[in-house]
Design a protein around this ligand. Structure first.
Ligand SMILES: Nc1nc2c(ncn2[C@@H]2O[C@H](COP(=O)(O)OP(=O)(O)OP(=O)(O)O)[C@@H](O)[C@H]2O)c(=O)[nH]1
Ligand SMILES: [Mg+2]
Length: 201
């Protein structure tokens, strides 16, 4: 089964995307497997609204380890299972909290082993740094993803006017990648994401 890893900065909307995409694919409930940095597994069953309440937050680094959901996407006359894995957000500074540092290391390790990278950027929060500095974490994920080929960039929070304003700058700066505008919160642009997933499962 192919794995699709959702990566990006803290607060870019990864967990909202994972849960609402599961809803878009027809799930009312999800079984989430949490894998701690030391390999400890824990599986929990959630109704989607409950998962959103418990796992999403405007406070950075809400997600601190990988959490996976098995989903199905229609392909032709059949449907194919895939693993959608949400991750601890990546950022440049060495974080003061050991759990976050371990979570980020786990994300970096997953980026190397996963079949496909879905990179979320908060399009309402793009700075000159994100657009131009090659040492910026978003540009590093982009360079790595483009080189590996199995990579999709989602310009998230496109429901916000600032995000729509920034979109042309983002697509120009990340021109070697497919950039899809989405609103994880409102499930906008999900049909296009689904087509990408179906083409790569
Ligand atoms: N307006 C808007 N807000 C969004 C969207 N997607 C996510 N958010 C908000 O952004 C905040 C962060 O969302 P999360 O999904 O928890 O972000 P994350 O990337 O998982 O963050 P970490 O777990 O901390 O790495 C929440 O307050 C969400 O409601 C979107 O498409 N539009
Ligand atoms: Mg999260």
């Amino acid at each position: 089964m192919k794995e699709f890893a959702i990566v990006g900065r803290p607060n870019s909307g990864k967990t909202v995307f994972a849960l609402n995409f599961a809803g878009f694919l027809g799930c009312k409930t999800v079984d989430i497997t949490f894998r701690a940095w030391d390999g400890m597994l824990n599986c929990r069953h959630f109704a989607l609204p409950e998962a959103r309440r418990e796992l999403c937050s405007p406070v950075c680094h809400k997600t601190r380890s990988v959490q996976s959901i098995i989903l199905k996407v229609p392909v032709g006359k059949t449907s194919v299972s895939f693993k959608l894995t949400d991750t601890c957000g990546l950022a440049e500074p060495i974080h003061g909290d050991e759990e976050v540092r371990r979570g980020m290391a786990q994300t970096l390790s997953l980026v190397r082993s996963t079949d496909f990278v879905i990179h979320l950027i908060d399009a309402a929060a793009v700075s000159a740094e994100v657009l131009n500095n090659e040492l910026n974490i978003d540009r590093e994920i982009y360079q790595y993803g483009v080189a590996r080929n199995k990579y999709l960039l989602l310009a998230n929070k496109i429901d916000l006017p600032l995000a729509r304003e920034n979109l042309p700058k983002l697509t120009a700066a990340f021109h070697a990648a497919a950039v899809l505008p989405v609103s994880a919160l409102h499930s906008q642009g999900f049909q296009e994401v689904k087509a990408y997933v179906a083409a790569n499962v």
